[in-house]
Design a protein around this ligand. Structure first.
Ligand code: SF4
Ligand code: SF4
Length: 86
């Protein structure tokens, strides 16, 4: 589904998906979703994927940790791997 969306949305402009539904899962208690600012391109794909109002994209993405349910949908949709658990 990610490949189909990427080709339809912005052909040739979005890099290959580097994250996925099982990648970057929290491994240890205390880890939380964070944004790697150097990788975020502000595309808002994560925002569209989140059903819990847990993200804001104003230039770069920010996580509202109180709202995040760790569903990992945003990780699936981020085209640059900017969302990680750390
Ligand atoms: S893990 Fe789920 S709830 Fe948390 S920011 Fe990502 S999509 Fe939203
Ligand atoms: S975190 Fe990923 S999906 Fe969200 S705005 Fe940044 S690059 Fe786009």
């Amino acid at each position: 589904m990610g490949d189909a969306f990427r080709v339809t949305a912005t052909p040739g402009l979005v890099p290959a998906l580097q994250s996925g539904p099982t990648h970057d899962r929290p491994i240890f208690d205390g880890t939380k979703l964070n944004v790697l600012d150097d990788l975020c391109v502000g595309c808002s794909y994560c925002l569209m994927a989140c059903n819990d109002d847990a993200l804001i994209v104003e230039g770069l993405c920010e996580v509202i940790h109180d709202n995040c349910t760790d569903c990992l949908r945003c990780l699936l949709w981020c085209p640059t791997g900017a969302l990680v658990y750390s």
